[in-house]
Design a protein around this ligand. Sequence first.
Ligand SMILES: C[S@@+](CC[C@H](N)C(=O)[O-])C[C@H]1O[C@@H](n2cnc3c(N)ncnc32)[C@H](O)[C@@H]1O
Length: 309
Amino acid sequence: MLQRCLDMLAPALQRPGAVVVDCTLGLGGHSEALLERFPEARLVALDRDKEALRLSGERLAPFGERATLVHAVYDELPEVLDRLGIPEVDGVLFDLGVSSMQLDEADRGFAYAQDAPLDMRMDQTTGISAAEVLNTYPPGELVRILRAYGEEKQAKRIVSAIVRERDKEPFTNSARLVELIRDALPQAAKRTGGNPAKRTFQALRIEVNRELDSVEKAIPAAVKALAVGGRVVVLSYQSLEDRIVKGVFAAGAATTAPPGLPVVPEKYQPRLKLLTRGAELPTEEEVAENRRAAPARLRGVERIRKDVR
Ligand SMILES: C[S@@+](CC[C@H](N)C(=O)[O-])C[C@H]1O[C@@H](n2cnc3c(N)ncnc32)[C@H](O)[C@@H]1O
């Protein structure tokens, strides 16, 4: 869906000196494509993962000063722009979730298919690991997380097993958790939805990285940073993130006028225009090429008015 993201950002990024922010640099594929497609634009790119910054730094080195890479969480976008002396931006891209590099590097602990330390922190310099969540959270909190972030219907069953096992010996590695989930689930629940550990792993990852809190803060911050005519484009990979994005965009695209006004004054007019009808989905060819793209949802908005102070 990269092409579609670039096309959606294009009208905002043609002018010399346009600033585009890639909030999820990862391995730098999208950033590289932005720098190539918009030769007049300057890129600021953020990632919380130092290894991602190191690798993409090498990849983007040929672009010299056009690319500024920053180690930050994307909800720090306002502070990052402040530090760089950038008052407003023309485009912002989010490609949410984990990168293939994070999934493929077994020792990061994101993948349930390989045995690895239960870490799952995207930024390994800070925060608590998935093992600490499993070993220390009260059972009720674990059930809430599995239900809310993993949409796991068998949360209670899984958490009872976790609590029983962690009392014997704390969790350190993923294989023990995968096995425990497999044993805890009834046969019927194992027949659908792929690997039975998938939902629990997603839930732990979201909790460890406070992913939804971050998205909840970052999307409004990105919208706020936009110049008039500027655009925000978001690719999300699970319904909880997409729901937050949809809500922020829809609120910005609606009038805030009290009902019944014959003429809507400027201060109540929508700040945003939706660029996508609903969420755009990947094509069959895109999914055939890259299985991980299957759940992707793409949404975009354009700022059409300044905020009224
Ligand atoms: C799906 S990958 C992006 C891939 C990238 N578009 C590319 O072309 O390689 C998502 C990236 O966002 C980063 N990330 C996730 N949450 C973040 C946050 N709150 N702040 C900053 N970076 C974050 C992850 O570390 C990961 O590298």
